[in-house]
Design a protein around this ligand. Structure first.
Ligand SMILES: O=C(O)CCC(=O)C(=O)O
Ligand SMILES: [Fe+2]
Length: 283
């Protein structure tokens, strides 16, 4: 049976591809949330049928998730012992999440049916108020559409994203825990703000916001500048979140090191394009 985007997305509530006052009002609300907190949520973006189809798709490829459960710092870099031990670049945490790489999600599956639906990219770009020449899909064939499958344990510890803009679709929650926590706009492309980053890692920052997302919720998030994590979780049910990534530069892919860590493999494109970045943040 062919999946149709209009059955998967609640288009009555979220007419993302229909110009008009309802779409305009939605854009106004989302832009405000993005401006003040670097994050906006569209509750119930997927229909119940959309949630069911996406969970079925994720379950079907869950065994393709890379489960290295490695220790990572907020920057996905290897340890630099020349730095003081307290430096946030030397603070490593355990992960308990596996990423199901993008090449497991096919164009006729639920996730790409939503992602590739007419007007989806344009709506996200409008929300983010990005000019056309500063808004591209992440060109990484292992990472443009992935599922974060987190099982009991530490979740996905504090980190920054390489891609500028992340769009997530919550699909399934664990029995407990797994909140999305973030420190809005804690760094800029000019300033790493290691001091405040350390406070977040220590659990002493007052900047952290916690969101309990429900299956079907769409979240737009500026993850390159906002330190964030999936809080520890418990119970036998994996937490599934689909992630669609966008960047400000064309042709951008993940670094070799990060791709190897997250997906357990790299492709020639990761080596060919190593180091192509618009900024010089750590990663
Ligand atoms: O699963 C989530 O809610 C977000 C995961 C995340 O931060 C990431 O994959 O970079
Ligand atoms: Fe992230």
């Amino acid at each position: 049976m062919q999946l149709l985007a209009n059955d998967l997305i609640d288009i009555e509530r979220y007419p993302i591809s229909t110009p008009g006052s309802q779409r305009d009002a939605l854009l106004t609300r989302v832009r405000e949330e993005l401006e003040f907190r670097g994050c906006a949520v569209l509750k119930g973006f997927l229909t119940p049928a959309g949630i069911a189809a996406a969970v079925l798709e994720a379950d079907g490829v869950a065994d393709k998730g890379h489960r290295s459960y490695s220790r990572t710092n907020a920057y996905f870099t290897t340890e630099d012992v020349s730095l003081p031990a307290s430096d946030p670049r030397r603070r490593f945490f355990e992960r308990s999440n596996a990423f199901i790489p993008a090449d497991n999600f096919h164009s006729d599956g639920a996730l790409r049916t939503v992602f590739d639906s007419e007007g989806f990219d344009a709506f996200i770009r409008d929300c983010l108020q990005q000019p056309e020449d500063r808004f591209f899909r992440y060109a990484d064939p292992l990472a443009d559409v992935i599922v974060n499958a987190a099982s009991e344990g530490n979740g996905f510890p504090w980190h920054f994203d390489t891609n500028n803009f992340t769009v997530t679709l919550a699909l399934q929650n664990a029995e407990s825990g797994g909140a999305f926590e973030y420190a809005p706009m804690i760094r800029t492309s000019q300033n790493e703000n290691f001091e405040e980053v350390s406070k977040v890692l220590d659990g002493t920052s007052e900047k952290v916001i916690s969101l309990a997302l429900q299956p079907g919720d769409l979240q737009i998030f500026k993850g390159r500048y906002s330190l964030h994590r999936v809080a520890p979780l418990a119970g036998p049910t994996p937490r599934y979140v689909a992630i669609f990534s966008y960047v400000e530069e064309p042709n951008m892919v993940g670094s070799v090191e990060r791709t190897q860590q997250l997906y357990g493999r790299t492709l020639p494109i990761h080596h060919e394009r190593a180091g192509q970045r618009a900024d010089s943040l750590v990663d």
